[in-house]
Design a protein around this ligand. Structure first.
Ligand SMILES: Cc1cc2nc3c(=O)[nH]c(=O)nc-3n(C[C@H](O)[C@H](O)[C@H](O)COP(=O)(O)OP(=O)(O)OC[C@H]3O[C@@H](n4cnc5c(N)ncnc54)[C@H](O)[C@@H]3O)c2cc1C
Length: 255
């Protein structure tokens, strides 16, 4: 077997080599704009503006760090991100979020492959077998005709989604389309640059209600507030939380 090259002048050189070696594997627009490696990771950490993280993190244009791929692939340890955050007096909310990642990792260590199993029953009034096992094609191709297509396109083309967009898209898949969270989780993992079974699957289970006491849903006002969208049609998310929950979960008892 021929040895593969290991040294490259730059990312373009590496990309050209991969295209030549695996002509069918690399779609023309499949190369991420995120630079891998320890130096770019440190540069991003140093450049992160954490002063208003707590106030802005829920907004799509908020001051989030996009450090996740570096943390996920071990170019930055969670401890050094925490230490940096303490050095720059970052809001406690930022440390909290690092804590979530740590918590999910510890659970993963305990659960192993059971991370793919429902941790509890759905609290939606539906049983697991009433959810579709596979992801519908229109979700995979971003042709649902809803505003979720915007996020699907972003997920597939960039490998990144803001946390709030992940929550909305996951809730859409599980609750509006009644698809098992596992199918949504597989879809996310196949595209996210920070794709991680612990953070991903357990967040999906929290949204689905198989690892929380109630399902997470959003409404159009919530999407409008955090995206700043004024004109984009937001059906089928219009309405109060009460009305949406009644429609989505007609058999749910008061829990
Ligand atoms: C459905 C769903 C799927 C997700 N899948 C993944 C995944 O596969 N991999 C992944 O790393 N995160 C996942 N998350 C958590 C979170 O959305 C991302 O970590 C975050 O959006 C990454 O962007 P950032 O680096 O700009 O985050 P920032 O807000 O800048 O946060 C800094 C770091 O803290 C950690 N962090 C922040 N928020 C969370 C959170 N809610 N849970 C766990 N860790 C967090 C991450 O390591 C992140 O890089 C998921 C969340 C949801 C709701």
């Amino acid at each position: 077997m021929t040895e593969m090259r290991r040294d490259f002048a730059d990312k373009d050189d590496l990309t050209a080599y991969l295209r030549q070696q695996f002509p069918d594997a690399l779609a023309p627009d499949a190369v991420s704009t995120v630079d891998g490696g320890r130096q770019p990771a440190i540069a991003r950490l140093q450049a992160a503006d954490l002063r208003r993280y707590d106030k802005t993190r829920n907004f799509l244009d908020g001051d989030v760090t996009m450090l996740a791929p570096y943390i996920r692939h071990g170019m930055l340890s969670l401890a050094e991100v925490r230490d940096h955050a303490l050095d720059v007096n970052a809001p406690a909310k930022f440390i909290n979020e690092l804590g979530w990642r740590d918590y999910w990792q510890r659970l993963y260590e305990k659960l192993g492959d059971d991370i793919w199993q429902d941790q509890e029953r759905y609290k939606t009034g539906w049983t697991a077998d009433q959810y579709a096992a596979d992801l519908p094609d229109d979700i995979a191709t971003g042709t649902t005709g809803t505003c979720m297509d915007h996020f699907i396109d972003q997920l597939v083309t960039t490998g990144y989604l803001h946390n709030h967009a992940r929550m909305w898209l996951a809730a859409y898949i599980v609750h509006w389309r009644r698809v098992r969270w596992q199918a949504g989780a597989r879809f996310f993992l196949s595209h996210l640059l920070d794709g991680d079974p612990a953070s991903n699957n357990l967040s999906f289970q929290w949204i689905a209600s198989t690892f929380s006491h109630k399902p997470y849903i959003m409404n159009a006002d919530n999407i409008r507030k955090y995206t700043g969208w004024r004109k984009r049609p937001l059906a089928p998310f219009e309405g109060s939380y009460e009305r949406l929950a009644r429609n989505l979960f007609p058999h749910r008892e008061n829990e």
